[in-house]
Design a protein around this ligand. Structure first.
Ligand code: GAL
Length: 339
């Protein structure tokens, strides 16, 4: 009897231990087109990820019709197997001008606590980029038909390439390339996410686009690109202790063409053993717009004195660096990654 009890207990403990020790590494492979669970290509560039109630959502441009992108939504519980949910915003359906006088680029998905609605902010543009507008859509469910709420120039500002940034205190911003690609505009969203109500000019005169911001400890980090259309260029980093002022001069990060990517976001993977930050970039025109890829790289941290590079940020490794990885493993539960 004792022996049976011992064997049973041993089996339970062993299986618990082995599942927690082994099953949690997820391998992320770069350079190939993702396919969804039906075996179709994942068309979701220029977008972002939202993690809610244990599910990852990926929203992005469907460039299978290169110059008339609908907005696609995918979901996944493991970040590797992506189920196509729906075209949440559709040309000629979601708005009479969409697919005619306007197209959507860089759709960004948010969840608004106040309205309990899912929201998409995006670049709302004419084919020749003369409109320079933004737009906002919302929906009661993540995978419903998103309803048009607003489009125009935020605070009368010509606005192109865009992103959103949710600060650690929940304050949410729309950030875009403004004034004919001259500046960046950081616009605070009202708590219903329907309108912007303040504007701060960042990177004045520096002609930056594709801005991706993350807030780590007491520092904001922003990676952005120059404005060279679909061609990649040198990504640059600036940091500040305050979102609205005090940003450092731009410095190079990654190689001279950002490993053939343009930033779309920086994800925070906060786990039980650490926090990993993932750089998400678009590899546009690879070789066609439809074949554009999503590239994900683990951000690394350098010690400025020794040059030593670590996986996690700590007081000895404060400098953000970006290296290429054909693939790497990440444990989302523990917030750690390995080669
Ligand atoms: C890029 C921009 C893309 C798209 C493209 C068109 O600079 O990041 O979102 O607008 O130009 O050429």
């Amino acid at each position: 009897m004792d022996k049976i009890l011992f064997i049973t207990l041993f089996t339970i403990v062993f299986s618990l231990f082995s599942s927690s020790a082994s099953a949690q590494w997820t391998t992320i492979v770069n350079g190939t087109k993702w396919t969804d669970t039906d075996g179709n290509p994942v068309y979701a560039n220029g977008g972002n990820f939202l993690h809610k109630d244990g599910v990852w959502y990926l929203v992005g441009e469907d460039r299978s019709k290169p110059w008339m992108p609908d907005v696609n939504l995918y979901s996944s519980t493991d970040f590797v197997h992506w189920t196509f949910e729906k075209k949440i915003i559709r040309n000629r359906v979601s708005h009479p001008d969409l697919g005619r006088r306007r197209m959507i680029e860089r759709p960004k998905l948010l969840f608004c606590e106040e309205t309990q609605k899912y929201v998409v902010w995006c670049h709302w543009e004419a084919r020749d980029y003369s409109a320079s507008e933004a737009a906002m859509f919302e929906c009661d469910s993540v995978n419903g038909d998103y309803q048009y709420v607003w489009s125009g120039r935020p605070m009368d500002t010509k606005s192109r390439d865009c992103n959103v940034f949710v600060d650690n205190d929940g304050t949410t911003y729309f950030i875009s390339t403004t004034d004919e690609n001259t500046n960046l505009g950081l616009f605070m969203l009202m708590t219903d996410y329907r309108h912007v109500f303040t504007k701060t000019v960042l990177c004045e005169g520096m002609r930056r686009e594709a801005p991706a911001i993350v807030h780590i400890d007491d520092t904001y980090y922003m990676i952005s690109s120059a404005c060279t259309g679909w061609d990649p260029n040198q990504a640059k980093l600036t940091t500040s202790h305050n979102l609205h002022f005090g940003w450092t001069p731009l410095r190079n990060i990654g190689d001279r063409i950002a490993y053939d990517t343009q930033a779309s976001s920086i994800l925070t993977i906060n786990g039980t053993e650490g926090t990993t930050y993932l750089y998400v970039g678009d590899r546009w025109m690879d070789p066609s717009l439809a074949e554009s890829k999503i590239i994900i790289l683990p951000i690394e941290w350098r010690n400025p004195e020794t040059g030593d590079v670590a996986h996690q940020k700590d007081e000895n490794h404060p400098e953000m660096v970006l290296n290429y990885r054909d693939s790497f493993d990440i444990d989302f539960e523990r917030g750690v990654w390995r080669e």
